[in-house]
Design a protein around this ligand. Sequence first.
Ligand code: ACO
Length: 396
Amino acid sequence: MSRYSRIIGWGMYVPERVLTNEELSRMVDTSDEWIRTRTGIRERRIVNGPSETTATLAERAARAALDKAGLPATALDMIIVSTSSPEHLFPATACIVQDALGATRAGAYDLSAACSGFVYALAMAHGLIVSEQADTVMVIGAETLSRLVNWQDRNTCVLFGDGAGAIILQASETPGGVLATVLGSDGSGAHLLSLPAGGSRKPPSFETLRNGDHYIHMDGKAVFRFATRVMAEATREVVEKAGLTLDDIALIIPHQANIRIIETSVVRQLHFPWERVFVNLDRYGNTSTASIPIALTEAVEAGRLQPGDYAVLVGFGAGLTWAAALIQWGPEVPEVTWWQRLWWHVLWYRWSRLRSLYRRVRRRVFAFYFRGREQVEQWRFTSPPSPDGKEKQGEE
Ligand code: ACO
C-alpha cells in the first residue's frame, strides 16, 4: 500500500515589536519610499530583548501547529528546525524546542539551507515518512536575523525580519500532501550571501569584529538575478515532476524576499496570474526560512487554499540554494478542543519546563556525587603503560 505525507497542522508566530520603514529611515540613510518601491516591504517584526530567541519563536509556532492538528507534543517522532540564525552552532535549536514542547519521543536536528531551508526540511520530513522511518514530523522555519544584520548597513538591514512558521506532516494512505520536490544548489555562489565569521573557517576574533565579518554580507544585485532565474525554473520543474501544468496550480507561495523578484519570476516569466500568488512581505519583510510557512499559514487562514487544491512552495537563498515543493492541500482537520488546549497549554508545557529543570538538577547532583569515582576512572585510563608492556597490577 502506498504511503503519503499530509500536512495536518500549521501555525506561525511573529514578535510583537513592529519596525516600520519610517523608523528605519531615522537609523540609516534610507526612506520609506525607497524601501517600498525597491522591495515592497512596509514594516517587519523584530525580537525585543534577550527572552525572545529563535527557539522561543519556533516553540510558539510549533505549539500553534500542534493545536491545529489536535495532537500532543508526545505524538511527534521528529522535529526538524530550519534556520540560519540558530541559538548556537551546537546544540541544535531543534533540541531546545523538543525540550520546551515536552516532545519526549522525538528526534531533533537543525537544517541549514538559508531561505530555501523550509522546503528542504519539508522534503526531508516527507522522505522520513514515505520510507516508514517516522509517522509524524514537525517542520519549523525560524529566524532572528535581526541579530545578525548590521543596523548601519542600509543594503541589508531594511530587508530582513524575524518570525517562525511550523507545519506537521503525518503519514496517510490517502493520496495527497507532498507530491513532488525539487532541491538544488550552486556553491560557486557561496560568497554572494554569507555570514563570513563565527564558523571554523574564521573563528571570532578582534579582527573579525572590527571588520564586521559577524554580520550578513550580500551582493544584492547578483542574488536578485539568481533568484528571478531559479524561482521560475524550480516552479516549472516541480509542476512537471508531479505530472501537472501551471493551470492546475491554485496558489504559488514564494519565498517573501522582494516583491520585484516575485513579479519578475512568477508573473512575468511564468505568466502566472497575480491573483494566485500569495504575498505578505509588506508586513514581515524577508523572514528567510520562516517566510514560506508563515505565508502558508496566513494563506490557509484566509481561505486561499481549499481541500484538494494544488500549491507550489518555492524558495531561494544563500548557498546558493533553491527548492520547490508541490503539495495537494488535505481535508479539513478538526481543531483542538478547549479542554485539550487547557491540558496542553496550562499543564503539559508547564510540566515540560519543570521536567527539564528536574533533569538538569538531577544531572548536576549525579555529577557531584560521582565526581570522586570518575577521577579514579580517569586515572586508570590515562596512566601510562609500563615499559615492559605488562599491565600494572590491578588494571585489567
Ligand atoms: N535606501 C536607500 N538607498 C539604498 C538602500 C536603502 N536601503 N540600499 C541601497 N541603496 C542605494 C545603493 O547604494 C545604490 O546607490 P548608488 O546607485 O548610488 O550606488 C542604489 O540604492 C541602488 O542600489 P541597487 O543595489 O541597484 O538597488 P536594487 O534595485 O538592486 O535593490 C535590493 C537592492 C533590494 C537589495 C535588491 O537587489 C534585492 O532585493 N536583492 C535580493 C536580495 C535578497 O533577496 N536577499 C535575501 C536572499 S534569501 C536568504 O538566503 C537570506
